[in-house]
Design a protein around this ligand. Structure first.
Ligand code: ATR
Length: 281
């Protein structure tokens, strides 16, 4: 694609950003659809966050993505938040709307789209155990709760954090908070187990968030980790005959929803998946 005086811009801000797969996915998607936009990653020093956000507004960026460590702090420099960003308390996508910066969070819906695309399940029948109560759990928990799952049990090492998230999500569904070490009984009664912690992520691939003996074949086991593609938790679940789902699809779908918010066109999901797979192999 030729870059001309008419080419528009989107970006990613974070610290660091060098590992990000988003520029490759977004630029390939724009090229594929013939859309005159480029997407670049910017490593922003902490004291320059406000300047960076204002600079992109002055330069009439169509919008930008936000990654670690700025997903919460960036809210200070935005004009409005959509419901997902308000309830999750974090922003991963910002859209310029008539000169206003509007914050969204596409992580939760991205997760949900990926899950239902890969695993045929009725959300209203799901009894969910979610391991972890951090930022990723807030996004996934909000999406599941507002999509009408039957129950969400939140199991976390720090029980107070599980408690806070369970209280927040109880506006939409039945919830309970547990210590991670006491999640066995709830897992036996669950239909969907989701790991939102980083336990099992590269390079600590031999670790698992719960003992193997707690898994059973009637579970769908979902892990937000995508490196490795199959964590120790997913390997064990698969051996037991459980259905498994990894974090790759969430990464693609959260990006696809951002793309759609900026450009008003359906994202080429399959192409974005291929770009991501190729970058990880
Ligand atoms: P993210 O945005 O990826 O969710 P986070 O907000 O830092 O990151 O949350 C990390 C989650 O993983 C938390 O639930 C954390 O548990 P605590 O709240 O007790 O800290 C969980 N986690 C990370 N490492 C863990 C470990 N070694 N054992 C148990 N839980 C762990």
């Amino acid at each position: 694609m030729r870059i001309t005086s008419q080419t528009g811009a989107m970006g990613l801000i974070g610290h660091p950003v060098a590992h990000s797969k988003s520029p490759d996915m977004m630029n390939r998607a724009c090229q594929y659809l013939g859309l005159p936009y480029v997407y670049l990653a910017y490593d922003i020093d902490p004291e320059k966050l406000e300047q960076a956000v204002n600079g992109m507004k002055s330069l009439k960026f169509r919008g930008f993505n936000v990654t670690i460590p700025y997903k919460v702090e960036v809210i200070n420099f935005l004009d409005e938040l959509d419901d997902s960003a308000k309830e999750i308390g974090a922003v991963n996508t910002v859209v310029q709307d008539a000169g206003k910066w509007v914050g969204h969070n596409t992580d939760g819906v991205g997760y949900l789209r990926s899950l239902v695309e890969e695993i045929p399940l009725k959300l209203s029948e799901q009894k969910v155990v979610m391991l972890g109560a951090g930022g990723a759990a807030r996004a996934v928990g909000y999406a599941l709760a507002t999509a009408g799952v039957r129950k969400i049990s939140i199991a976390n090492r720090t029980v107070q954090k599980a408690d806070q998230l369970a209280k927040h999500l109880s506006r939409w569904t039945s919830t309970e908070a547990l210590a991670l070490s006491h999640a066995n009984q709830s897992i036996q009664e669950a239909t969907l187990l989701i790991n939102t912690t980083s336990i099992g992520m590269h390079p600590n691939t031999s670790q698992a968030p719960i003992p193997k003996s707690w898994l059973h074949e009637n579970l769908v086991v979902s892990d937000l980790i995508y490196h490795p593609k199959e964590t120790e938790l997913l390997q064990t679940a698969k051996q037991l005959g459980a259905q498994v789902h990894n974090g790759l699809g969430m990464l693609v779908h959260q990006a696809a929803i951002a793309f759609e918010l900026w450009l008003g066109k359906a994202a080429p999901i399959q192409l974005m998946k291929e770009v991501l797979e190729a970058s990880l192999s």
